[in-house]
Design a protein around this ligand. Sequence first.
Ligand code: ACO
Length: 343
Amino acid sequence: MVQAYISGTGFYVPPRVVTNDDLIRNYGVDTTSEWIVQRTGIEARRFADEGVGTSDMAALAARDALAAATLQPHDLDLIIVATLSPEHAFPGSGVFLQQKLGLCDGDNAKFVPALDVRNQCSGFLYALSTAVAHVRAGMAKHVLVCGAETHSAALDLSTDGRTVSSLFGDGAGAVIVSATDADRGVRGVYLGADGRFAEVLCQKIWDIRKRPFIPKNPDRSGTVAPEMLWASMDGKLVFKHAVGTMLGALMRACGNNNIGIEDIDLFLFHQANMRINQFIAHQLHVPDEKIPHNIQRYGNTTAATIPILLAECVRDGRLRPGMKVAMAAFGSGFTWGSAIIDW
Ligand code: ACO
């Protein structure tokens, strides 16, 4: 049976570094770097400049991953973008990415399917699972999977919004999922969701049950109330569920593959809060060196955290051929996922 493996990884983060102190200095947020570092581990994040969108960053990460896989955009059979911050309500960022990769140009156009996955922090694992299914079913040979977010455009960067806005940053990560006859690659992706918690962590913006869906002013412009405009989160509840659910997702992944936690060489966890990941590591008795982090530098880039971390680990040699990798993520929905990969 054909296997699916990751043939290339890449990432892009915007150059503008925003430290915790910059949140105070430049935006007037009433916080301290100590508060943010102590609770989350975050020291800085990257913000894209105005004019840069999610598919712009995804395109740079995608080109990086294609180069690593020694492939061209025209080798792709499917494009999947995981994001909660697409350019527009519709269409999704996938088609903008397709254009930016030159796949719609002239006689050489290749109109491969392009889709968006809207599963927030676990979006990359949902997208990976879709890519793996296409490859294993023989429907695609090379699939581009990007996780990309432009959070900075939609953060309440005032003291009112500090609980959420101090956590998030911009960036994109990409992988190419390719077919192989070799006995390696993605052994399984295990997903879950619990819609009872759909409103615990959300950014509503509109209510489609209303007519019109956004309240309309006499001049035909719309007004979005602050409680609809900004993301809201019950942080403590999310934290509690994240720990238990990610532990369960990891155990499920190990059980399905007849391996133990001690057989895993590298754990790539979603970067929502370093304390969540340290707590999981402690529960599983996993040594620190097996759990890399980049939340200190990038904050939470939602669907992009795992592919950015993966690309960094490949680049700096922490991830080498033959190693066994576990991934786990949890977030809004609630949705979650885990994966086992023989690298
Ligand atoms: N600086 C200073 N004070 C702050 C800040 C800040 N940046 N943010 C909040 N506070 C204040 C609050 O206003 C509150 O003050 P009050 O007691 O006077 O009302 C106090 O600190 C405590 O606030 P809590 O929200 O209870 O703080 P908590 O200890 O729970 O930490 C945190 C908040 C870091 C957000 C934590 O709950 C967390 O990390 N939760 C998980 C987040 C997560 O995983 N999200 C999922 C991913 S996101 C996604 O899927 C899109």
